[in-house]
Design a protein around this ligand. Structure first.
Ligand SMILES: C=CC1=C(C)c2cc3[nH]c(cc4nc(cc5[nH]c(cc1n2)c(C)c5CCC(=O)O)C(CCC(=O)O)=C4C)c(C)c3C=C
Ligand code: FE2
Length: 488
């Protein structure tokens, strides 16, 4: 064999002397011949072991960045070799000439699944109120003290009814519904293709938190398909209790109840805002959009993130604000490395209800910038990777109008990443890197426990008194205004 044209990636695995050890890092290894890969991986303290080798049939697909076949092999905690993806396992042609790996008959044929999690959005105006009900019924969105949890659903009914007219106006303005489902489906398809190009054959599922296709439906399909390893990829770059946290709690709840699911190896990617591919893709979009301004260097880069109530960060320990700030820092650092030194700022949009949200608020900052004489502004939505009401209506219509009214002359907006190819390629890498750490997910702890609907009479009494209390609370004019308006 000649050590020439291909390379592979060996995940979490190190060949060291006669032992196999798990490592939490990725090893790039040389490859011999175009048809077979030979992995030769070494441990810095065990130089002698670097001749351990494993042969695996190459995929014909090529990695986009280096033009090389892209192969993943992992070991489970017992040291068995799992060939990641059907491309390899179905090919079934490999040999191993090292002394300690098990025989080919122990190779598990993996059926890899990737579950994309997202919020979901109403597809028609009639869906708006029930969608809002689902959202506000989520104890991770309206966090009530345990004693008042029984009020969750009556409150959700009230708030959703109060808010629906304002929300409907927004959805009507963007064509009568949310594009989130279509975009997420496209992202799922693009991700499948990208993984295939990297040699991983996997099924991709979409599970929405508040609208169709619900996470529960996606999980049922995963079961029907007999998936043996699952990577969960929330389509939120930064973690928040209210988004990724909420979706994962739903998963935990479903998995706990089910024998098959509770032992299914799962790897959850909690956040991925710091990934180089994501940061570079965002920087690409900003760089490109800056060129559309008459004086690109004078443009203020205005990051607008979806807000969360301050109490999430300060009382409940939500890492969202920290991750957001770090994410902006990394994007700006990448731009600086490209010689782009524009001023930038971060603000939070989309607050709902009467509590304090993360500051500064997007609407207030826009007015201030206009008053300070900023003339050109590029809005960068940073907590989303697809277009939806918060970008198409709130940023493109409401904030743009406010900015122009406040004295800003040149307005631009960076599109959401959507199916941007370098972004999707990076998500594919994220999935491939996450696969080896998949373990059974069952966790007995969950903060979103149900309020005990076992006894119907008890439940009805709670619902009745809860509703009365909720009406008294919510019919105060201040509360009504807070939920009706977007507060801008
Ligand atoms: C990182 C993203 C998001 C966070 C954090 C988040 C928190 C959060 N949201 C609400 C209330 C609403 N959100 C609504 C829509 C909406 N929210 C996000 C993302 C995050 N939310 C997206 C992508 C969307 C749009 C979905 C779509 O239809 O396309 C809405 C409905 C729209 C509206 O009426 O404004 C509400 C309400 C809370 C209370 C919250 C944190 C506690
Ligand atoms: Fe939201």
């Amino acid at each position: 064999m000649d050590a020439t044209s291909c390379s592979g990636v060996l995940h979490n695995t190190e060949f060291c002397g006669s032992r196999l050890r798990s490592l939490d890092r990725k090893l790039s290894v040389p490859c011999f011949s175009t048809r077979y890969l030979t992995y030769v991986a070494g441990h810095s303290n065990c130089k002698k072991s670097t001749s351990q080798a494993s042969l695996i049939k190459c995929s014909s697909s090529r990695d986009r960045r280096n033009g090389m076949p892209w192969v993943s092999v992992s070991l489970d905690p017992l040291g068995r070799r799992n060939i990641v993806g059907r491309t390899y396992s179905s090919a079934g042609t490999y040999t191993y000439d090292g002394p300690d790996l098990e025989s080919p008959s122990h190779v598990v044929e993996e059926k890899v699944g990737v579950l994309l999690l997202n919020l979901g959005g109403p597809e028609t105006l009639n869906d708006v109120q029930p969608f809002l009900f689902n959202l506000f019924a989520d104890p991770d969105i309206i966090r009530l003290p345990r004693l008042f949890r029984f009020l969750q659903r009556p409150l959700a009914t009230l708030i959703s009814v109060l808010r629906a007219p304002k929300s409907k106006e927004g959805y009507a303005a963007i064509g009568g519904g949310s594009p989130l489902r279509k975009t997420t489906d496209k992202q799922a398809h693009a991700l499948k293709m990208a993984m295939e190009a990297k040699g991983l054959s996997a099924k991709v599922y979409v599970g929405m938190r508040y609208w169709y296709p619900f996470t529960e439906e996606a999980i049922q399909q995963i079961k029907r398909d007999g998936i043996t390893k699952l990577v969960v990829l929330p389509l939120y770059p930064q973690f928040s209790i209210s988004t990724t946290g909420s979706s994962i709690r739903v998963l935990q709840h479903i998995f706990r109840e089910d024998n098959y699911l509770s032992s299914l190896p799962v790897s959850i990617i909690n956040s991925w805002y710091e990934r180089e591919g994501y940061i570079k893709s965002m920087a690409d979009l900003i760089e490109e959009e800056l060129q559309t301004f008459p004086e690109p260097k004078e443009v203020m880069v205005f990051f607008s993130a979806h807000g969360v109530p301050v109490s999430y960060v300060e009382d409940a320990g939500d890492p969202y604000r920290d991750q957001m700030e770090e994410c902006i820092f990394l994007i700006m650092q990448e731009l600086k490395a490209r010689g782009i030194n524009n001023e930038h700022t971060l603000a939070y949009q989309s607050r709902v209800g009467p509590v304090q949200w993360l500051k500064p608020y997007t609407d207030e900052v826009l007015v201030e910038l206009g008053q300070k004489g900023v003339k050109s502004l590029l809005a960068v939505p940073v907590s989303f990777v697809s277009e939806h009401i918060e970008t198409l209506e709130e940023i493109d219509m409401e904030y743009k109008h406010l900015a122009l009214e406040s004295g800003i002359k040149n307005w631009g907006r960076v599109p959401a990443l959507g199916t941007n190819s370098s972004f999707i390629m990076d998500l594919a890498d994220a999935v491939i890197e996450a696969l080896p750490s998949a373990t059974a997910m069952y966790s007995p702890t969950s903060s979103s426990e149900d309020v005990g609907h076992d006894d119907p009479l008890k439940y009805l009494i709670k619902m009745f008194f809860g509703s009365v209390l909720a009406f008294i609370l919510l019919l105060s004019p201040k509360m009504i205004m807070a939920f009706r308006n977007h507060i801008i």
